[in-house]
Design a protein around this ligand. Structure first.
Ligand code: IMP
Length: 428
């Protein structure tokens, strides 16, 4: 298996950063293909903790080619800041390639993200306010600015001349300040110069790597339930964080994907608004939040916490064809007496095993739980699956039974080596 996709099988924040970093050690190329700096991947290497938002996690290894592909939206100011911070901490030897077709998050996208949320009031989405939605809207509306434009002053001028009059009209109608063309143009020409060494046709680069049979890791951001098409619309992000989106968003053929790994927390969390059937609004939810450090990497917001919902994971399996699960943060559940897993929903007196399309139906779903025995033994130093307490193994194997997906990776702590590997994904 040389080309592996990692996706979030819940509402994001499943711990993809750790798995990407872990599997990235065997990868020649690490690719991000959707989203932007709304993602936050925390990576712990030895004593050091790094928080990445735009840059792929392969950046720490000078041998790995890191790709930001065409399906991404990139805030160039924030990406530069991230690179500078990495450089300050000694990460100076890296390979970074940015697609000339990726879209640029402009300052007016940030203004609009904030304004839309404010106008929506109680119906706000709870976005990360990074301008993600407005940037993807401009892409669909064909008034976006792409990285290839950013690094070419004449193309930038043309693209901005096309977009800015419309954007200024929209800004003014929202009661926001319009932008001066010249000032914005000159500022972004300068920013573009800094990106010139990185911008290229990343689809072509990936094609070459596929021909060489390189190990390629496609690192998803967010999670299936935040998918614009398949998630809990409208409480979703503006891209598709599914395996199916990878070929379009990275410019590779669908046959290029060999294996899909779904990242799944041992419980469920979500940030922002929207239905959440297994949410725990009690002491247990608070306990899991504190133990699991469930606060947003990007916004620092406390995450909503709930029991593991396997309807969600099975839905992600249907959409993305998950071949392996990576079960994260299993150690957080140690010593929790009231362990439950949701295996179905009840809606209008009937059992359903899928996610209803409308918010009204989804918010009326009641979880159907199975109770599971807990374990008290500390599992943070376990290196081999067989050493796990019987009840922890039972928890893992129940997930396998209900989803039909093998749990090939189990994470029991933040560090790289706090990981139990049952099958080597690149060698399956
Ligand atoms: P946006 O992506 O900033 O537009 O936010 C839309 C929704 O997706 C909000 O509920 C955010 O909290 C959520 N979201 C966006 N990115 C992430 C992520 O990386 N992890 C978890 N939730 C996210």
């Amino acid at each position: 298996m040389s080309r592996v996709v990692l996706i979030g099988s819940q509402w994001g924040d499943e711990g993809k950063g750790k798995v990407t970093d872990f599997l990235g050690q065997q990868a020649d190329v690490v690719v991000r293909s959707q989203g932007g700096n709304n993602a936050g991947h925390t990576i712990i290497i030895g004593e050091e903790k790094f928080a990445l938002q735009t840059i792929p996690s392969g950046i720490f290894n000078p041998k790995i080619k890191n790709v930001l592909a065409n399906g991404m939206v990139i805030n160039p100011k924030r990406a530069l800041e991230e690179l500078k911070n990495l450089e300050k901490r000694g990460i100076t030897d890296y390979q970074l390639f940015i697609s000339n077709r990726a879209h640029v998050i402009m300052p007016y996208h940030l203004d609009m993200d904030g304004a839309y949320e404010k106008f929506k009031g109680d119906n706000k989405i709870g976005t990360t306010k990074k301008g993600i939605g407005p940037c993807y809207s401009d892409k669909s509306n064909r008034i976006g600015i792409r990285m290839g434009d950013l690094v070419e002053p004449i193309s930038l001028r043309d693209a901005l001349e096309n977009a800015l009059p419309i954007k200024n009209m929209e800004l003014e109608s929202l009661g926001l300040k319009p932008y001066n063309f010249r000032e914005l143009y000159e500022e972004y020409v300068e920013i573009g110069k800094k990106f010139a060494p990185f911008v290229c046709d990343t689809s072509e680069l990936l094609q070459e790597e596929i021909e060489k049979n390189s190990n390629i890791l496609f690192e998803g951001a967010q999670g299936t339930m935040l998918c614009l098409d398949h998630g809990t619309y409208p409480y979703v992000t503006s891209s598709s964080p599914t395996a199916a989106s990878v070929p379009v968003n990275a410019g590779v053929p669908p046959q290029a994907i060999d294996h899909v790994v779904g990242i799944c927390k041992a419980y469920t969390t979500r940030v922002g608004e929207g239905p959440f059937a297994t949410e725990l609004k009690n002491h247990l939810g608070d306990l899991i939040r504190e133990r699991g450090h469930e606060y947003g990497t990007v916004t620092k917001r406390p995450r909503r916490v709930g029991y593991l919902d396997l309807v969600v994971v099975n839905y992600a399996k249907r959409i993305s064809g998950i071949d392996s699960l990576a079960l994260m943060l299993l150690d957080v559940l140690t010593g929790i007496d009231e362990l439950k897993i949701c295996v179905g929903y009840k809606l209008d007196g009937k059992r359903i095993n899928t996610i209803p399309a409308t918010l009204r139906d989804y918010s009326r779903c009641e979880p159907i739980y199975i109770d599971l025995p807990s374990w008290k033994e500390d599992i943070t130093n376990v290196t081999n699956y067989d050493e796990l307490p019987a009840n922890a193994k039972n928890y893992v194997e129940t997930i396998e039974k209900v989803t039909g997906i093998p749990v090939d990776i189990i994470s029991i702590g933040a560090e790289r080596n706090s990981t139990i590997i049952r099958r080597n994904i690149f060698k399956i």
